[in-house]
Design a protein around this ligand. Structure first.
Ligand code: ATP
Ligand code: MG
Length: 302
């Protein structure tokens, strides 16, 4: 495949999983085992696309940094063992670490609970010119917190403010926050890695069976699994309520890791390449300075 063909192919794949309007979005229309137009025979082509994507991303990031106007926020949400860590590692392996920050959000600390729930995420947002990756995010506030009411009760929010409308209020606040960020030059892309319940079980068993994977397994993960349907419901509502053209969700099939990585990689490259990133132009005076410096260097004695 030549470059143009790879780009076309990549764009097609990423667009087919992009949700810009929540509307009637239904999770059950999205198969976790989907591999788009690709099957096992296409894996070499897929690998090519991934390689091309990695090189393209490195270049785009360089321009993003040099231009210093846009920032990029990549949000990853998923059930355990869906492959968040692997995807982040894989996709970012080619980028310059100086222009990229990863934050993993766990259960909030005492200090974090002393603030509104957006606080810790707002502090971690990427600066202009940088790519910020959220491994979990403020979306936990309408996922784990919604699935487990005791977590909400422990949040120290005045009781009068915790009513039946709280989830709608949170979606509303997230929408407002993301609109604000987008209007200030943050490009937001959100990824839901959609793994099936069966595949999760398989991966948990692997983590238990293989000593080198034991560290990845937490007994609590199996307890969360018992709430699968409540989680899927929460994910579906979350996507319906917060998908927007300026902050799309990508529902990424996650039962086949190779395909998950392709979709995430091409989605990022596709979105970044539409920002019109370019290196800053130097003005006449700076050009003259550069030329003078060049002459001085050339004239230096050995
Ligand atoms: P890994 O298991 O791959 O190391 P992880 O993201 O699952 O990564 P854990 O430490 O296992 O990391 O889990 C973090 C936990 O913190 C998750 O169960 C998540 O739901 C929980 N969490 C994150 N944000 C919040 C929040 N705002 N309120 C309550 N729990 C939260
Ligand atoms: Mg975990």
């Amino acid at each position: 495949m030549n470059d143009a063909a790879i780009r076309r192919f990549a764009r097609e794949i990423s667009r087919s999983h992009r949700i810009e309007k929540g509307g009637k979005f239904r999770l059950r229309d999205h198969d976790p085992a989907d591999t788009g137009p690709l099957d096992d025979e296409d894996k070499p082509r897929a690998r090519e696309a991934l390689e091309a994507g990695r090189a393209a991303l490195a270049e785009l990031q360089d321009r993003l940094y040099a231009q210093d106007r846009w920032s990029v926020l990549l949000v990853f949400q998923a059930m355990d063992a869906a492959g968040k860590d692997g995807v982040i590692k894989h996709v970012m392996s080619g980028v310059n670490p100086q222009g990229c920050q990863v934050y993993s959000f766990k259960a909030p600390s005492e200090e974090e609970l002393d603030h509104d729930w957006m606080w810790r995420c707002a502090r971690a947002l990427p600066e202009r010119g940088r790519i910020g990756i959220f491994n979990r995010s403020y979306y936990e506030e309408v996922l784990v917190v919604k699935v487990h009411p005791p977590i909400l009760r422990a949040q120290k929010i005045p009781r009068a403010l915790v009513g039946r409308k709280i989830w709608n209020e949170r979606y509303q606040d997230i929408r407002a926050f993301e609109r604000h960020m987008a209007r200030n030059g943050t490009m937001i892309l959100k990824f839901f890695l959609n793994v099936s319940r069966d595949e999760q079980k398989k991966r948990f068993l692997e983590r238990i069976e293989h000593p080198e994977k034991n560290w990845k397994f937490a007994a609590g993960d199996v307890r969360e699994r018992a709430h699968w349907d409540a989680y899927m419901d929460a994910y579906q509502t979350m996507i319906r309520e917060t998908a927007a053209p300026h902050a799309p969700w990508f529902v990424v099939p996650a039962d086949n890791k190779w395909y998950t990585r392709i979709v995430v990689s091409v989605a990022i490259v596709d979105a970044l390449s539409r920002l019109g990133l370019s290196y800053p132009k130097v003005d006449k005076a700076t050009r003259a300075e550069l030329e003078a410096a060049g002459r001085a260097l050339a004239a230096e004695k050995k």
